[in-house]
Ligand binder design. Structure first.
Ligand SMILES: [Zn+2]
Length: 146
């Protein structure tokens, strides 16, 4: 047993077990997912949050899920634009770093410096990953390297 599990009280453990058993994917295994099964399970499943953080990593605001219509990712236009700008800049930086590694023509230390900066930029980019079609982010497809 790991330490965090040991720290759980019996009532906390029971609440966690209850929560996990009410996840939609637990209530309906993937191979049994039909419209009827899933529609029947949705009211019993853990509800989706009605508030989520703005997708801009620099923003701490929360956005409410509207009752209908397109689901917003950002608290407003400035955050959407800041997100798109920073993501584009990171991708451009990564392209330069990748090209330099392919081109070579430097010392071992130069290569190491470029590799470290590439890792740093990729680490930042992980906060800016959004599917090209922002309206369908939940498709289960193999991840591609940025
Ligand atoms: Zn925001």
């Amino acid at each position: 047993m790991s330490t965090p599990t040991k720290r759980l009280t019996t009532s906390n453990r029971k609440a966690l077990d209850d929560l996990m058993s009410r996840r939609l994917n637990t209530l309906v295994p993937l191979d049994r997912a039909t419209l009827r099964e899933v529609a029947a399970a949705c009211p019993r499943a853990v509800a989706s949050p009605t508030r989520m953080r703005c997708l801009n990593p620099e923003c701490r605001k929360k956005i409410d899920r509207p009752a209908a219509g397109r689901l917003p990712h950002f608290c407003g236009r400035p955050c959407r634009e800041a997100f798109d700008y920073e993501r584009a800049e990171l991708l451009a930086d990564i392209a330069v770093l990748t090209r330099a590694l392919e081109a070579g023509q430097g010392t071992h230390l130069d290569r190491r410096a470029v590799q470290v900066e590439l890792a740093n930029k990729r680490w930042c980019l992980q906060r800016y990953v959004v599917p090209a079609d922002r309206t369908q982010p939940e498709r289960m497809t193999p991840r591609t390297e940025a």
